[in-house]
Design a protein around this ligand. Structure first.
Ligand SMILES: *[C@@H]1O[C@H](CO)[C@@H](O)[C@H](O)[C@H]1NC(C)=O
Length: 288
């Protein structure tokens, strides 16, 4: 009897501890981000555990991270604009500054109710992009929050959705393809109107009678990321905590998931768009 009640107490304590821990570990949008534009259309709510962006005919809105990062495993949960979101674009990306900038992009292109969102991805290195891949999703991204992640380490950049990798951009510097690895990046997000191109190439216009359009964010996690400040990386002072993700490669299960997504959900790949590259495909397309 005594031992069972003490183990119950232990379990309760454990549950309490876990609950506290998850509270403490929860994203704090005030701490990690600042709202940069939108004149009140971007809001930090629920004890800074939720951020919402909105768009109406007059303006969209956006935010950026306070920190800059140089490598990281960065997760964010997003719930995209529901209903008729045609013409709207929710951009979520990392970018450095200057004319030879690096950038890692997720863009979510809205659609008519019932038609699928498009996830658009791109990677810029030293100012050069043109590396688009687009996907549909295997779920409705407006019904609930889902986790969109970027793993950026010296080996590769992996885009994932709910822990399923959808795209890998490998470090192919040894074949002459520049790879983002020297310029720290900030995280940016914005919700804006792009009905001149986003939905079916601009054929479907934004229905302003449905405004305001709202996208929501929660559970930002950059615990495994190297914060760059004053020319120094937080990871160099604490190498053990960062070692595993910094050298992480895709295991066999992830490779299998990646192939599944690419086979069933990829709708555009610059590496197979022969019309676009009459002089031959970019180097990384022939090497991956
Ligand atoms: C919208 O839905 C149409 C029809 O299913 C689809 O072809 C298109 O890829 C979807 N996404 C966008 C952004 O137009």
């Amino acid at each position: 009897m005594a031992s069972s009640s003490s183990s119950t107490t232990m379990l309760l304590l454990l549950a309490l501890f876990l609950a506290l821990f998850s509270l403490l570990a929860a994203a704090n949008f005030d701490q990690d981000f600042q709202i940069t534009w939108g004149d009140g259309r971007a809001k930090i709510l629920n004890n800074a555990n939720l951020l919402t962006l909105s768009l109406d005919k007059a303006s969209g809105s956006g935010f950026q991270s306070r920190n800059e990062y140089l490598f990281g495993m960065i997760d964010m949960q997003l719930k995209l604009v529901p209903g008729n979101s045609a013409g709207t674009v929710t951009a979520y990306y990392l970018s450095s500054k200057g004319s030879t900038w690096d950038e890692i992009d997720f863009e979510f292109l809205g659609n008519l109710s019932g038609d699928p969102y498009t996830i658009h991805t791109n990677v810029f290195s030293q100012g050069k992009g043109n590396r688009e891949q687009q996907f549909h999703l295997w779920f409705d991204p407006t019904a609930d929050f889902h986790t969109y992640s970027v793993l950026w380490n010296p080996r590769h950049i992996v885009f994932s959705v709910d822990n399923t990798p959808i795209r890998v951009f490998k470090n192919l510097e040894s074949f002459g393809v520049p790879f983002p690895k020297k310029q720290p990046m900030r995280i940016y997000s914005s919700l804006w109107n792009a009905d001149d191109w986003a939905t079916r190439g601009g054929l479907v216009k934004t229905d302003w009678s449905k405004a305001p359009f709202t996208a929501s964010y929660r559970n930002f996690n950059a615990k495994n990321a190297c914060v760059w400040s004053n020319g120094k990386s937080s990871c160099s002072s604490n190498p053990t905590s960062s070692s595993s993700w910094l050298s992480q490669e895709l295991d066999l299960t992830s490779q299998k998931r990646l192939r599944w997504v690419q086979k069933n959900y990829m709708i555009y790949n610059y590496c197979t768009d022969a019309k676009r590259f009459p002089q031959g495909f970019p180097l990384e397309c022939t090497r991956s």
